[in-house]
Write a new protein. Sequence first.
Length: 149
Amino acid sequence: MYKERGLAPFFQGIMPALILVANPIIQYTVFEKLKNRIAKTRNLTGFDFFLLGAVSKLAATSITYPYIVVKSRMQLKQSDDAKERYSSIMDGFRKIIKYEGAAGLYKGISSKIVQSILTASFLFMAQASLVQYVARLLTALGVRAQKRI
């Protein structure tokens, strides 16, 4: 790559990668907003945390997945035909929508959704369980005052 085009190919797709830092921001924001809303009405269970993790990751992935598609395609060695190459992120979006429709921005999302949602769901459920366990342990050891309801 370096011999053919210099350093530029090594940095293709860097802007979409930087934009993808929004994914965990969206995920945790949605999670916290929903958690706080539900917690006002009742105590949350492990299953609630599982579902909250799923919903929050679904929201984040649905919003950021098109960037993943463009980023991936920009990082690949693209066609020698200038009409088919992506010159920028926005050009990538335009060309995908033009030639593949909006659905082209979500190619392959089903496997990403399954993997991401399950990971986030179990993570949030395990985290909630661990926090409860540690709180009980600290209370039993006298390090933490017992929570009064």
